[in-house]
Write a new protein. Structure first.
Length: 73
């Protein structure tokens, strides 16, 4: 998934560089990876913050009790 994101950003960067005529419009791959990682952490935090609303809508699973039959003695 991350590879697909990097490929998409790379193709967009090449397309905008050709359209604008700029030759030095490079973006550091480290910055792209860091931005993707920060976006993933933000998404996780938002899901955690709004877990009750998402559970009410049925989008995330709850903390149902595990049946005692499946637990070890």
């Amino acid at each position: 998934m991350l590879y697909a994101l990097l490929a998409l950003i790379s193709s967009l960067r090449d397309r905008t560089a050709v359209q604008s005529g700029a030759t030095d419009a490079s973006v550091s791959r480290f910055l792209v990876v860091a931005a993707a990682a920060l976006f993933a952490v933000l998404a996780i935090l938002l899901v955690d913050l709004h877990r009750d609303e998402l559970h009410a809508l049925g989008l995330v699973g709850g903390a149902e009790q595990i049946n005692a039959v499946f637990m070890s003695p």
